[in-house]
Design a protein around this ligand. Structure first.
Ligand code: AMP
Ligand code: ZN
Length: 457
C-alpha cells in the first residue's frame, strides 16, 4: 500500500486509485523561456520517483507533464509581461524560436538525469481551443466577469477557495505589497483570458469570444489535465510555490465540471543554495550544464536529490554535491566487481524494507540507507545484484551499466600472483599481496583453488 501526504487534507493517506490498477498523474512543468535550473529539476526528479514508485508497484500510469509556452506573466499573477514574449523581444527572435529552443534544452537535461518521460509533454499553445471552451463553460455557469483587460474568475463564487492554498481574499488584501487591479472584484480573482494590448502585436495571440488575446497561466493546466486525463485525476504535483496556482486550477476545473478535480495534491519542497534562495541576481542559479562543467556526473546531482525527503527543503552546496558524487562512485565501484546476473534471486527482507520506506510517502533517504545496508550485508553477490537492480527501478541511478565492469589489469595481475603464492603455500608473500590489494580498494575471497576479486565498500 502506498501512502501519500496529501497537501489538501494535510495528512498522510493510503493511496486508493479511482480505477483499480491505474493512476492518472499530472505534473506542472517548466515555463520554457529560459534554462531550467537545478531547483526546477529537484521537483521533476521528485515527480520521477513518485512515477517510478507507481510503476514498480505494478500500476499502469497515465502521466502528463505540461510545457508552459504562453501566458506565464512575470509577476506570477495577472500583471507584467508574458515571460516568453519578453524573452523573444530581448533576443530578437520569435516566441516559437524561444520555446522550441528551451524545450529542446530541457529535454536534454531531463534525459541526463534519467527522468522517465511521461506519456505526453503537453504544450499550452496546442490546447488553445480547449482553454477557450473551458473559459466559455465557466462564463456560461456564471463564474466569470469581464474587465478592460480580459476575463476573470470570481473566486467569491467558489466556496472551497483557499482550502488548498490557505489564501483567502481578506489575507491577501491585508498583506498586499502590490497595488491590486481595481477592476478585480476580489483580490484572489485571476485572469482566465487576457486581451492583447491594443497598441502591440504579440507573437502568440488568438481569436476568442472576448477578443484577440491569450490564455491566463492557470487555465492551461486545467484544460490539458481535463482533456488528457479526465474530470477527476489521482495525483497532481508541483513545487511548493504552486499552491496558489493549484488553488486556481481547482476552482476553474471544479466549477466547470461540478466534480472533484484531484484526489492527491503533492508539493515538492524547494532546493536552496547555501541556505538561501536561488536567484539570477545572486548569480547562484545553476543549471545542469554548470554542474557538468565542474566535472560532476548528472547522476551525482540525482543522488544528491535523493538524499533529501521531497517534502523537506534541501540545501545545495558544492561540498554536498561532492559527497553525493563520492557515494555514487563508491556504489559504482562495488557493482563493477560483481558478475552480471545469471539467475534471479532477491534478498526479500531488504527489498521489502526498501519498498516499505519508498511506499511510505517516498522516503528516499531511508531507501538509500537500506540499499547501503544490503551492500554491506553478507547476502550472496548474485542476490545482491538482483536486489540492487530492482531497487534501481525506483532510484534511477543507472546501476546496471556498471555491473561487472572490468577490474584494472594490474589488480588482476596482483591477485593472480597472490593466488599462485597461496597455492604453493608461500603464505607470507600471499598475505603481503592481499594487503596491497586491500590498500588499493580490493578484497580477494578464496574459492578452492580459485578466488574472487571484489571492490571494498
Ligand atoms: P517554472 O519553470 O518557474 O514554471 O517552474 C517549474 C517547476 O519548478 C515548478 O513546479 C516550480 O514549483 C519548480 N521550482 C521552481 N524553483 C524551484 C526550486 N528552487 N526548487 C524546487 N523546485 C522549484
Ligand atoms: Zn500547472
Amino acid at each position: 500500500m502506498i501512502k501519500i501526504y496529501n497537501s489538501l487534507t494535510k495528512k498522510v493517506e493510503d493511496f486508493k486509485p479511482i480505477h483499480e490498477g491505474t493512476v492518472s498523474m499530472y505534473t506542472c512543468g517548466p515555463t520554457v523561456y529560459s534554462y531550467a535550473h537545478i531547483g526546477n529539476f529537484r521537483t521533476y526528479v521528485s515527480a520521477d520517483i513518485i512515477y517510478r514508485t507507481f510503476l514498480v508497484n505494478d500500476y499502469k500510469v497515465r502521466y502528463i507533464i505540461n510545457l508552459t509556452d504562453v501566458g506565464h506573466l512575470s509577476d506570477d499573477a495577472d500583471d507584467g509581461d508574458d515571460k516568453v514574449e519578453k524573452m523573444a523581444k530581448e533576443e530578437g527572435k520569435s516566441a516559437r524560436d524561444i520555446t522550441d529552443f528551451y524545450i529542446k534544452r530541457f529535454l536534454i537535461d531531463y534525459e541526463k538525469l534519467r527522468i522517465i518521460k511521461p506519456k505526453k509533454f503537453t504544450r499550452a499553445t496546442e490546447y488553445i481551443k480547449e482553454q477557450v471552451s473551458l473559459v466559455s463553460e465557466l462564463e456560461k455557469r456564471g463564474y466569470t466577469y469581464r474587465t478592460s483587460d480580459g476575463v476573470y474568475f470570481d473566486t467569491s463564487r467558489f466556496e472551497k477557495y483557499g482550502e488548498l492554498s490557505g489564501h483567502f481574499a481578506e489575507d491577501i488584501l491585508e498583506g498586499a505589497r502590490v497595488e491590486i487591479n481595481p477592476e478585480k472584484r476580489n483580490p484572489t480573482d485571476f485572469a482566465l483570458w487576457k486581451l492583447s494590448p491594443k497598441d502591440e502585436k504579440r507573437w502568440q495571440e488568438w481569436e476568442s469570444p472576448w477578443g484577440i488575446g491569450f490564455p491566463g497561466w492557470h487555465i492551461e493546466c486545467s484544460a490539458m489535465a481535463l482533456k488528457e486525463l479526465g474530470q477527476t485525476i489521482d495525483v497532481h504535483l508541483g513545487g511548493e510555490d504552486l499552491l496558489m496556482h493549484h488553488q486556481n486550477e481547482i476552482a476553474q476545473s471544479e466549477c466547470a465540471t461540478g466534480k472533484e478535480f484531484v484526489h492527491y495534491w503533492m508539493h515538492a519542497a524547494f532546493l536552496k543554495i547555501d541556505g538561501g534562495k536561488m536567484s539570477k541576481s545572486l548569480n547562484n542559479m545553476y543549471t545542469l550544464e554548470d554542474i557538468e562543467a565542474k566535472g560532476f556526473d548528472p547522476l551525482s546531482l540525482r543522488y544528491f536529490y535523493l538524499s533529501g525527503h521531497y517534502r523537506t527543503s534541501l540545501n545545495f552546496t558544492w561540498e554536498a554535491l561532492q559527497s553525493a558524487q563520492t557515494a555514487l562512485k563508491k556504489l559504482y565501484q562495488v557493482v563493477e566487481g560483481y558478475s552480471p546476473i545469471q539467475e534471479e534471486t532477491f534478498a526479500k527482507d531488504y527489498l521489502s524494507r526498501f519498498m516499505d520506506v519508498v511506499n511510505n510517502d517516498f522516503n528516499m533517504p531511508q531507501a538509500l540507507a537500506t540499499m547501503w545496508d544490503l551492500l554491506k550485508s553478507d547476502v550472496s553477490e548474485q542476490t545482491k545484484i538482483c536486489t540492487l537492480l530492482k531497487m534501481d527501478e525506483v532510484l534511477g541511478l543507472d546501476i546496471e551499466s556498471h555491473v561487472g565492469m572490468t577490474i584494472p589489469e594490474e589488480i588482476v595481475n596482483l591477485a593472480e600472483t597472490r593466488n599462485t603464492y597461496r597455492r604453493n603455500g608461500i603464505w607470507d608473500k600471499a598475505d603481503q599481496l592481499r594487503k596491497q590489494l586491500e590498500a588499493s580498494g580490493y578484497l580477494v575471497e578464496d574459492r578452492g583453488d580459485s578466488y574472487k576479486i571484489r571492490r571494498r565498500i
